[in-house]
Design a protein around this ligand. Structure first.
Ligand code: FAD
Length: 368
């Protein structure tokens, strides 16, 4: 039986941020990842946007950890010289109802502590983005873009520099609460048994499955799981004429089909919302029709045949299609009923932005 102080299950951006935060607090950490590379789940299937914190209910974990995580993330990128761009974003209204929505969105964002927001009219919008059509827009200068893989490699390097080990191809198959410790069985090429004081379940879409394999855990603590797939299409054969990230007002279940730029200047649109029952990352080209309709509301000049299916990601949710999207669910010892077991469910957007703040939050829960 291998003994270790803390085990982190999952080497996505959250598991790596948690491992880093624990290792920086002198905790002996082992990260177990079932795949052969880090970040092969949701962490490499997202929009790579550094969110400002507009959309979340004031006081929620999403609001607090997004705003504090964003500040930490920009500072971290500067310190580590990681590539990012604070390109700003425009949330565009296209009729009077949406104008009114933007006023409410600005009030909510102010309550969340988002700085320097500006409601602008159609003529100012045109001066910023000539091809953008709308009646008004909320200009948010603190949204940005980042390369999520470089970020994860940097978290891993920080953690390893403090003695953390990251074991790939090591799926956690089962576990049990034994007194104050947690025993885990791993599979893969070299199956092993481990004993830890602390186990962090940051297995993303599989967090539910892992908790249900933990003997001694009260099953009533495990929330329901819903999967909201988001499909992306890239722009082919044309240069995108925009400099900001462009968002419509949100749709039920998502932020609306928005324009994302990556650091290489490539444009992609998405994600939409497709409720699914199983994990399958294929993109149905037929969904493109709806993309043209929605994008042309704010960019009428989008050319026919210019969108190509790209990739998809799946939002892990604890609430379903007709419910309001729930807050992050981070269960500490008082919720899981074990002094060392911490489980993270529903870590959808803005998880990437909030990753450093989530790492600190979980490390404090784990170490007291
Ligand atoms: C469509 C979409 C767009 C998004 N856009 C943004 C955005 O622009 N900005 C933003 O801030 N956030 C965004 N997010 C959210 C962000 O991507 C996630 O919050 C974040 O990536 C979650 O990371 P994670 O580490 O929890 O999960 P994952 O990246 O899925 O990592 C979980 C890891 O656990 C491993 N694992 C699972 N089970 C086991 C096991 N039993 N044993 C060992 N390993 C296991 C998996 O292989 C995986 O590597 C988006 C999400 C989606 C779905």
């Amino acid at each position: 039986m291998i003994k270790v102080e803390a085990v982190v299950v999952g080497a996505g951006v959250i598991g790596l941020a948690v491992a880093r935060a624990l290792a920086l607090r002198n905790c002996q950490v082992l990260v177990l990842e079932k795949e052969g590379v880090i970040g092969s789940g949701t962490s490499s299937r997202n929009s790579e946007i550094i969110h400002a914190g507009l959309y979340y209910t004031p006081g929620s974990l999403k609001a607090r950890l997004c705003v504090s995580g964003r500040h930490k993330l920009y500072q971290y990128c500067e310190q580590r010289r990681l590539a990012y761009r604070r390109c700003g974003k425009l949330v565009v209204a296209t009729d009077a109802n949406e104008d009114a929505y933007l006023v409410r969105l600005q009030q909510q964002a102010n309550a969340n502590g988002v700085e320097e927001l500006e409601l602008i009219g159609a003529s100012r919008m045109k001066s910023l983005e000539t091809q953008l059509r709308g009646t008004s827009a909320l200009l948010c200068p603190h949204s940005g873009i980042i390369d999520s893989h470089s970020l994860m490699l940097s978290y891993q390097a920080d953690a390893e520099a403090e003695g953390c080990m990251v074991a790939m191809r090591t799926p956690v198959m089962a576990g049990a609460f034994v007194g104050r410790t947690i025993q885990l069985c791993t599979g893969g090429p070299e199956p092993a048994e481990l004993e830890a004081d602390i186990a962090i379940n940051s297995a993303g879409l599989d967090a539910w499955g892992l908790s249900s394999q933990m003997s001694g855990l009260d099953r009533r603590t495990i929330p329901p799981r819903y999967l909201a797939k988001g499909n992306y299409f890239t722009l082919q054969g044309a240069r995108v004429p925009f400099h900001h990230l462009i968002y419509p007002v949100p749709e039920p279940g998502g932020l609306g089909i928005h324009l994302t730029l990556d650091l290489a200047g490539q444009a992609r649109f998405g994600p939409d919302v497709e409720w699914v029952n199983e994990i399958n990352y294929n993109v149905d080209p037929g969904r493109g029709r709806n993309f043209y309709t929605l994008i042309r509301r704010y960019w009428p000049e989008l050319g026919d045949g210019s969108l190509m299916p790209a990739y998809s990601g799946i939002r892990p949710r604890t609430t379903g299609p007709h419910e309001k999207s729930a807050d992050f669910m981070i269960q500490g010892p008082s919720e899981t009923g074990h002094p060392g077991y911490i489980a993270l469910y529903g870590i959808e957007s803005p998880g990437l932005t909030a990753s450093l703040a989530i790492g600190d939050w979980v490390a404090k829960l784990a170490l007291g």
